[in-house]
Each structure stands twice: as structure tokens, then as C-alpha cells.
Design a protein around this ligand. Structure first.
Ligand SMILES: Nc1ncnc2c1ncn2[C@@H]1O[C@H](COP(=O)(O)OP(=O)(O)OP(=O)(O)O)[C@@H](O)[C@H]1O
Ligand SMILES: [Mg+2]
Length: 497
């Protein structure tokens, strides 16, 4: 039924220099539909979304919105046409207030003579947030004061404020905890009920199969196929995405437990503003999982391990030495990947090679020298192993797709010779093909005797990879699980909530 089609793309292509990011993609998004979009890292999902939302201009092809020609020159114009997008990367400006971020570019709506009516703007911002169930945020505070997740929720409120006909959600759910995800699913359901539309991008296949009416698969910038819900099959989808059969089991399959009894990190009665009396040991040759809901303190615990947050009471000992700050953590060879990779882990304006090698100097140096040839070889090995999709090691990290950035931040850490590795959401936004490689690398590091922490919102990942799992609730450890073959998500969930 032609009249049901809200948005249609016709042969959309996009080149970035020599890179063909999108190659003649035609797709239809219908009213009353939640359409999933899936494909490997760098397959063009964010590129096509950005063209629909007016961030990029297509190199070729056209679009129709409700059967009229549509070619937005800016996100503002897209919003005026009823299209909103929650982008994959951070989309707030640190120093501006919550309200200013929500209405960035639209301040004229609140003009009173030459001035902006801030009281009115703040009141509207409050309303936008409360519409998605968030009531406890001071909208006059600058956004940098808020957690990564809260900043994402602010972006969601902004996207919905304009009551879009089509909302594009680009790889947002893996940045959110269970609560945040529930908000997104609720938003999608309401869009559908109101006969509006959603384009939903995620690497979480079970999530896509559950929430979407149909799935479009991209590979290397090209359209592969569209599958209706009644024909969903996990293996078929993976195969069409990657172009080959992907092994069914992503995770390690041994149950051998930790390799040593040598304590690498010991926390005793640790208290911070968000953590309450944490006692734990992390051993060499162990993968320790940390799980919990938003607000449980799991990410803060990662920061304590990394020397970024101080204890109010109690202490953290690393090989018996009291951990005081970040400089000391680096000296003690503690490596950390933050969930907020763009701000805390990567140098976006630098090349892939520089990002990968900057922390690997102690592996690469010969005497006082690092030879450029060694650097290049080292970077090339990582690029190949992690399948980082790029034109060369000299490409700037900022130009990479989201999942490929995540691979760089992972590669940066494993290359830096850390003995202790704190991985917060290490596979966030990474496609299933490469996830397997990452898990293998993590397991190899364990066998080499590294002490590893995986912090994750995803229980299957914790169950699949960890020797032990600590569940955090309200800042305290609510339960510890040992690795075993019959451990299930349902066993754990009761201790989360
Ligand atoms: N500004 C840019 N300059 C150069 N290349 C770019 C730029 N933006 C995107 N690309 C390239 O275009 C290709 C498609 O990227 P895109 O971001 O659309 O992938 P994606 O499917 O969203 O991947 P992911 O799942 O990792 O988010 C990638 O190879 C990427 O490196
Ligand atoms: Mg993307």
C-alpha cells in the first residue's frame, strides 16, 4: 500500500573521499512500523541515518517523505519535517545547561525582544524530560555534571520534544542500562501505536528480533535484504550480515576457573559517594565480572579500580601498595576502558596508529627509541586482528564508525602492557563477528596471567566470559556467582532488583 510509506530512499550513495560508505541503497519505512537496521561495523547504518536526518548530504540518489521529494540541508530542517534522530555518538555540549542543550538551535522560540526567556525555556525542558519519565534533573546544570547515561536520556528527550513522525535511534540501547532501555522500547511502542515510524539500529540481535516488525540488512554500504518478523532466524540474519556462517557460541566454553591465587587488587571496606562498603579480591589469571542496574555503582567501581575516583573510607591495594590516584594506577600498570570512550579513552583528532601506539611505548621502545617501522607494524597487526575498517592507520579516529572506534579503544588497552585491565562495556556497539575475536583476546590475556575486570549491563556476556560475577545493588555487593555451566540469567536477576 503505497500511501503507507512514510519515507523512501532511492539509490542513496555517499562517498567520504575514497571511502564508499553507502552504495545505492533503496529502502522504504512504513507508518506503524518499527524497522530494524543491522550490519557489521562500518556497513553504512549511521551514514544512511545521517543523510535522512540532514547531517550529511548524499553523493547520489534521492529521498521522498510522504511521496514528496525530501532533501534536508540540516537536522533543523529534518526536525521541521517530522524526523528526529538520537545519534550514536555524544550529542550534547558539556558547558551548556541541560535546557540549552535540549533547545540548541531553537532558542528563537524563546526570544523575548533581544533576550532569551530562560525561565520559559527551563520550564519547557523540564516538561520534555518529564514526558519520558525523568523528574529529578536540574535543567540549569551544565551537562558535563551528569553521567554518560543521563546525557543520552537528555538527547532522547530532545529528539521526542519535536513529536517526530519518524524517529531514528542509532545504537543507543547499548549505552543505556536496563531502565534506559525500557524507556526506549516504550517510546518505540508508542510511535508504532500512533501510526508513526521508527528506524532502530542495534547490534543486539535478540533485542532487534523482539522489538522490530522487519529488519533491513546492510553489508559494505549495500542493501542485502529486508526480512519480515515472521521470517526472522538468528543464524540467517548473522549470515546475511557477515556474508559467512558465524559460530553460534560467542563466548569461551571452558569452566576451568581462575589460573592463580595471587591477589592483584584487594578492596577493603571501600566507601565513596556511591559505593557502600565494598570488599573484594581480584586475582591474576582471573576474569571478574561486575553487573548491576543503572545507579547500582558498577561504573563507579570501575573508576575506583582505575584510580580515577577516590575512596572516602577504606582502601584499594594493588599488589599490596595503597592506590592513591591515576598517576599511580598507570605506574602500577592498570589499564582502563571507559564506557564513555569518546571523552575518556580516545584521542579523536589523532590517527588510528597514534591512538594504538601511544600507550604501547613500553612494548615498542628499543632503549630510548621507538622506530617508526615498529609502530606501523604494531598498528597494522591490531587493525588486522580487530578488523578495524579504515582506509589506513593514518585515518583519524574521529572518522571511524562507532563500533570501529570501540575496537581502537580496546586495541589501545590490550597493546599497552597493562597487568590489570578494567574493561567497562568493552564490546559496546561492536558487531557479532568481531565480538568473538575480542572475547578470544580477553581469554588469552587471562591465560597470560592478567587480572581482568569486565563491567557489563549484559548478563549473557558476564555469564559467558567470567570466572566470577559480583552483582552490585545500591552501591553494595548483593551476591557473588561462580562460573558454572548451568548458571542462568534468571538466577542473577533477583539480585539486581
Ligand atoms: N566523516 C567520515 N570521513 C571518512 N569516512 C567516514 C566518515 N564517516 C563515516 N565514514 C566511513 O563510512 C563507513 C560507514 O560508516 P558508518 O558510520 O555508516 O557505519 P555503521 O554501519 O554505522 O557502523 P557501526 O556499527 O560501527 O556504527 C565506514 O567505513 C566509516 O569509516
Ligand atoms: Mg554507526
Amino acid at each position: 500500500m503505497e500511501e503507507q510509506i512514510l519515507l523512501r530512499t532511492l539509490g542513496l550513495s555517499k562517498n567520504f573521499g575514497d571511502v564508499k560508505a553507502l552504495d545505492g541503497v533503496s529502502l522504504d519505512i512504513k507508518r506503524g512500523e518499527i524497522q530494524g537496521l543491522i550490519g557489521e561495523n562500518g556497513s553504512g547504518k549511521s551514514t544512511i541515518s545521517s543523510i535522512i536526518f540532514g547531517i550529511h548530504k548524499a553523493s547520489a540518489g534521492s529521498m521522498e517523505l510522504s511521496r514528496t521529494l525530501y532533501s534536508p540541508k540540516s537536522p533543523m530542517e529534518a526536525r521541521q519535517n517530522g524526523i528526529s534522530m538520537i545519534v550514536q555518538e555524544k550529542d550534547t555540549i558539556d558547558m551548556l545547561s541541560v535546557a540549552e542543550n535540549i533547545f540548541l538551535g531553537d532558542e528563537k522560540e524563546f526570544k523575548k525582544g533581544p533576550f532569551v526567556d530562560t525561565a520559559k525555556m527551563n520550564a519547557e525542558a523540564k516538561k520534555a524530560l518529564s514526558d519520558i519519565g525523568i523528574k529529578d534533573i536540574d535543567v540549569t546544570e551544565p551537562v558535563y555534571r551528569f553521567s554518560f547515561e543521563t546525557r543520552k536520556l537528555i538527547e532522547i528527550a530532545k529528539a521526542l520534544y519535536y513529536k517526530p513522525e519518524l524517529i531514528i535511534i542509532d545504537e543507543t540501547t547499548t549505552a543505556l542500562s536496563q531502565d534506559g532501555r525500557m524507556k526506549i522500547y516504550e517510546i518505540m511502542r508508542k510511535q508504532k501505536e500512533a501510526n508513526k515510524a521508527v528506524l532502530f539500529i542495534s547490534h543486539d540481535l535478540p533485542e532487534l528480533m523482539e522489538t522490530c516488525d522487519c529488519l533491513t540488512i546492510l553489508r559494505d554500504g549495500s542493501f542485502v535484504k529486508k526480512i519480515e518478523k515472521s521470517d526472522f532466524s538468528e543464524n540467517e540474519i548473522k549470515k546475511s550480515m557477515v556474508g559467512r556462517t558465524v559460530s553460534e557460541n560467542l563466548y569461551r566454553n571452558d569452566f576451568e576457573g581462575r589460573m592463580t591465587d595471587k591477589v592483584a587488587v584487594c578492596m577493603e571496606n571501600v566507601k565513596t559517594d556511591l559505593l557502600d562498603n565494598i570488599n573484594l579480591n581480584l586475582y591474576e589469571g582471573e576474569i571478574l565480572g561486575i553487573g548491576g542496574l543503572s545507579g547500582s555503582g558498577m561504573h563507579e567501581l570501575g573508576r575506583v579500580f582505575a584510580g580515577l575516583d577516590r575512596c572516602n573510607e577504606g582502601e584499594v591495594k594493588v599488589y599490596g601498595e595503597k592506590l592513591k590516584d591515576l598517576a599511580q594506577a598507570l605506574r602500577l600498570k592498570i589499564g582502563y576502558i571507559s564506557k564513555d570512550r569518546d571523552t575518556e579513552t580516545l584521542f579523536l583528532a589523532e590517527s588510528i596508529k597514534d591512538n594504538l601506539t601511544i600507550s604501547a611505548w613500553n612494548i615498542l621502545k628499543r632503549g630510548f627509541l621507538i622506530l617508526p617501522g615498529d609502530e606501523k607494524k604494531f598498528a597494522e597487526k591490531q587493525i588486522e586482528e580487530l578488523k578495524i575498517k579504515c582506509s589506513s592507520g593514518n585515518q583519524l579516529v574521529r572518522e571511524l564508525s562507532g563500533g570501529n572506534k570501540q575496537k581502537v579503544s580496546f586495541g589501545k588497552l590490550i597493546g599497552n602492557g597493562s597487568r590489570i585491565m578494567i574493561l567497562d562495556s568493552p564490546t559496546r556497539g561492536v558487531d557479532v563477528g568481531v565480538k568473538t575475536t575480542m572475547y578470544e583476546l580477553i581469554n588469552n590475556l587471562k591465560h597470560e596471567g592478567h587480572a581482568i575486570v569486565i563491567i557489563s549491563e549484559e548478563l549473557p556476556e558476564l555469564i559467558g566470559m567470567c570466572d566470577r560475577i559480583l552483582i552490585l545493588k545500591d552501591g553494595a555487593i548483593s551476591k557473588e556467582f561462580e562460573r558454572k555451566p548451568d548458571l542462568k540469567e534468571t538466577d542473577i536477576i533477583n539480585y539486581l532488583i
